[in-house]
Design a protein around this ligand. Structure first.
Ligand code: HAM
Length: 436
């Protein structure tokens, strides 16, 4: 039997309905904040991710799935290396949505100088070559937003509030959500802070793991995220980002917190929250469901330098993304079934002699916008009713010899089992009323 790739899932039935429901809630909630949907390709030039996410991040170095056409692979095998490939031949499946959306905003000039900001949201599959485990997949689905052209700390707060409202609308118990925030500084103050952390790690070189020593050179702030308990103990004494902000960043952070307080949003400041993508500046945030064991269900932050890194004009921006699969797991643990039941349907049942009439009746009901099921296997009337029950039909239309001769049909309410006779001409409107 053909097998799914490890760390990927098939979305169907209730799981598919959950994915669609999440997009419906996103459209509703993000729409109230003025966001429109965008869809960018799942495949981009490697350079788009290297510029944006950062060459030294795990996502770019270790997790990105590279894409080569068959012809290119033959060529590479013949040459024995990918040296000499042009930028447009170096492709990857997107590990996240931000870099591609920002690339699209630059390429399509979505934020011309002096114009209104671009407010975009997206939903789709992302790909990371991670070791698969509960809540960690190689193909997973994100819903995300990117807000380009927004420098104001009120936009950081609005973004975070929008995220929390989204989680509440999905059905999370608000008390179970833990929102952590931090400020990572900007181009003015972060380089000096990075150097401080690098020096700290090197001063404690004997106590830290080999990965952290490598991080000291490449990306020292990632040492705060080391899985090794001893490294974490050492890093607890390391210099913290909020203590090393320049005045502008400090004021920005203070104002973000003031807006969150004003909106009554509960948050915890986590001065070690650094996130795994290099493009962040100033505010960063992450949300987890306490006790769910699935890791962060969403995260994001500000990235004031990213538009420039993707070749655009300096344009401040910010956004977040949430993980569909983790959200479903965490909601299930709270007894919430995001997918819910399929939409109720109408079942058109008949006695064998009038079977040809079902075709036209079903067609008319469908044209009236109803979800209609009928038998195509020559079942008895009794097993048609059973089938209707199994499909969750709310109403059954029953066609028998006498009804058809009189231009009538029997309507059977599947919940109350009440039956009424209805003229076939009035069938669609009467059924629609019952379904409502
Ligand atoms: P991220 O924190 O890497 O941020 O991913 C966002 C969310 O995607 C995570 O909180 C998690 O729920 C989910 N996720 C990430 N990796 C996996 C995985 N391997 N399996 C299942 N779920 C996963 C970003 O991607 C940024 N682009 C967010 C952003 C948008 N920042 C600014 N704008």
């Amino acid at each position: 039997m053909a097998q799914r790739v490890q760390g990927t899932e098939d979305l169907y039935g209730g799981y598919m309905r959950a994915w669609q429901r999440m997009q419906d809630v996103a459209r509703e909630v993000f729409g109230t904040y003025g966001f429109d949907m965008i869809e960018t390709p799942a495949i981009e030039q490697v350079a788009t991710f290297v510029h944006g996410i950062g060459e030294s991040t795990d996502v770019v170095r270790k997790e990105m799935f590279r894409v080569f056409s068959g012809a290119l692979v033959e060529n590479l095998l013949a040459k024995g290396s990918e040296q000499g490939l042009k930028a447009k031949q170096r492709l990857a499946l997107r590990p996240e949505g931000t870099a591609g959306v920002v690339r699209a905003a630059v390429q399509n000039n979505m934020v011309p100088q002096g114009s209104a900001p671009a407010k975009l949201w997206y939903a789709g599959p992302m790909f990371r070559g991670e070791r698969p485990q509960k809540g960690r997949l190689r193909q997973f689905h994100q819903v995300g937003v990117e807000w380009l052209g927004a420098p104001d700390p009120a936009s950081d707060a609005e973004c975070i509030i929008m995220l929390m409202r989204f989680f509440e609308r999905l059905g999370f118990d608000p008390k179970s959500l833990r929102l952590c925030i931090n400020s990572m500084g900007d181009a003015a103050c972060r380089p000096a802070y990075r150097d401080k952390v690098r020096t700290f790690i090197l001063d404690h070189a004997g106590e830290m793991c080999a990965d952290c020593l490598e991080r000291a050179e490449l990306n020292p702030l990632r040492a705060f995220d080391c899985k090794n308990a001893h490294c974490r103990e050492v890093m607890a004494e390391a210099p913290l980002a909020p203590d090393n902000l320049c005045d502008e960043c400090d004021q920005h952070y203070e104002q973000v917190k003031r807006y969150l307080d004003e909106a009554g949003i509960r948050y915890e400041e986590d001065p070690t929250l650094v996130r795994g993508l290099d493009y962040y500046t100033r505010t960063v945030f992450e949300v987890e469901v306490v006790g769910s064991g699935v890791g962060a269900i969403g995260g994001g932050g500000r990235y004031d330098g990213l538009m420039e890194l993707e070749g655009g004009k300096p344009t401040p921006g910010l956004g977040f993304a949430v993980g569909f699969e983790r959200i479903v797991l965490a909601l299930q643990a709270q007894g919430v079934d995001l997918g819910g039941k399929p939409e109720g349907c109408v079942y058109v049942a008949c006695t064998p002699d009038v079977r040809p009439q079902v075709f036209g009746v079903a067609l008319a009901l469908r044209d009236a916008g109803l979800r209609v099921e009928a038998d195509h296997q020559g079942r008895s009337l009794k097993s048609q009713f059973k089938q209707a029950d199994k499909l969750g039909a709310l109403v059954c239309v029953v066609l028998g010899t006498d009804e058809v001769a009189a231009g009538m049909a029997t309507l059977r309410d599947m919940r109350t089992h009440e039956q009424v006779q209805v003229a076939q001409a009035d069938l669609a409107s009467t059924v629609a009323e019952r379904m409502a």
